[in-house]
Each structure stands twice: as structure tokens, then as C-alpha cells.
Design a protein around this ligand. Sequence first.
Ligand code: SAH
Length: 247
Amino acid sequence: MNENKRIIHVIGMGPGSDDMITKEAKDALDQSDVLIGYNVYLDLLRDNYGYKEMLSTPMKQEVERCRMCFEETIKGKRVSMVCSGDAGIYGMASIMFEISEEYEEEFEIKVIPGITAATSGAAVLGAPLNHDFCVISLSDLLTPWEKIEKRLRAAAEGDFAISIYNPSSKKRHDYLKRACEILMESIEDDRPCGYVKNIGREGTECKVCTLRELSVEEVDMFTTVFVGNSQTRIIDGKLVTPRGYKR
Ligand code: SAH
């Protein structure tokens, strides 16, 4: 490793609660002079790290937020970019590597993994992802909707359990309904499904339901959705995708 490289940490801070931040992430946060991230996530860290310098940019200014990390590092500060869940799952890890190419200085970007919403939400519901599964985001800000539809159909065709991120937003309030309708082209409409709101935060709420019921549920952007595979069952109110041990 080049000793002269400046280190930037890209930290996944889990779904929200302090208990779900890894020790490695806490150590990196402790060692940082400045924490950079989206305001909602910085607010979650304020109780324990409020004494640190915190910098942010508004939503949709993610690239500027990354540049801020490099600029502050060049000033000589120890910088951490913080993301919710895992930084490498719909997070800022990849864009940090891409932006690093713009600089002449050498940086070492250290990604610290976090508990992503798929696994923390799955734990609330039971064990819905306990076989092959895939993760699909319904956000079409960076991905064309046609591709999202293609991936939904492919996931259904492959009989994957599915974890859906970004199921809704103010502008995209009917996207989950559209996604469910696509899935129901090939999946039976009583397929066990579920969702969890505000995982690891105040107001955690979860529900187990059928795919048909899911299609008319009102969910918000702090919700992660789960669609079972053909073997998924409800056991004592929990959503369970068997691995096959009992067959
Ligand atoms: N990097 C994050 C994902 C960011 S994309 C991670 O690994 O978890 C944002 C989406 O993640 C949200 O729309 C929601 O679907 C999901 N999500 C993130 N945090 C959540 C939480 N605390 N509760 C429920 N869903 C969450």
C-alpha cells in the first residue's frame, strides 16, 4: 500500500439504531474529523457524534457530496462519507471510486460494510430471504423504468425471493402497485409478501400480506418490501422462505 495515499472511509451505518452499527464502522467514525452525508443520516448520528464537524449537500447533489469528501481530505482532515445501510448497496461507495479518478492526488477509499435494509428488514419479518434472492430498486432516477420492469419479470421467472428498495416516493407513489402488477403476470396473487417501515428507527412497523394486498398498500420511501418465492410460507405470523432441510 502506498503510504502517501490519503484515506477516506465510506461507512455503511446500518438501518438507523446505534446497536446496528458495526464496531468497525464505529471505530472509523471515532477516528474521523468530519462526517459527510445526507442530512437524514447525519441526524441519526448526532446523539453520539454531534461533536464532530458534519457537512452535507441536499438530495440529488450526491456527486457534489462526494467531491466535498475529497476536498476536505486534501485540506488535511480525516473524512468519512456516511451512508445508511450498506454503502455499497444503493449507496455512495461506487461513485466515490468514480470521482476519485478526477483527482491527481492519490486516495485510498476504504469501504466499511453495514447492515443493509434487506437483511435487517428480513429479520423483522422472519426469514423471507433464506434462499436465492435478489434486490431490486424501483427508483427510476438513475435506471430506466423499462429495465426495472425487465428485472422484475426476470426475478419472477427465476423464482427468486425479492427484496424491493425505494418502493415509493412523492413523485412515484404508484410504483409498487405497478411492480406488483408485473409480478402478478406470472406469480399467483396470494404469494406471501411483506414489508417493514422504519427498520431500526422510531416507529418500526411491519406487515405480512399477499401479493394482491401488497399492490394496494400505501408505503413510503422508508419502507423495504419483500416478495416470497414459490416455497415461501407464513409460519406463526412470520414470513419464511425454507432452504429445503425438511424436504
Ligand atoms: N444503502 C441503503 C439503501 C439506500 S436506498 C441500505 O443498504 O439499506 C433507500 C431505500 O432503502 C429506501 O427507499 C428503503 O427501501 C430502504 N431502506 C433504507 N433504510 C431503511 C430503513 N431504516 N427502514 C426501511 N427501509 C429502509
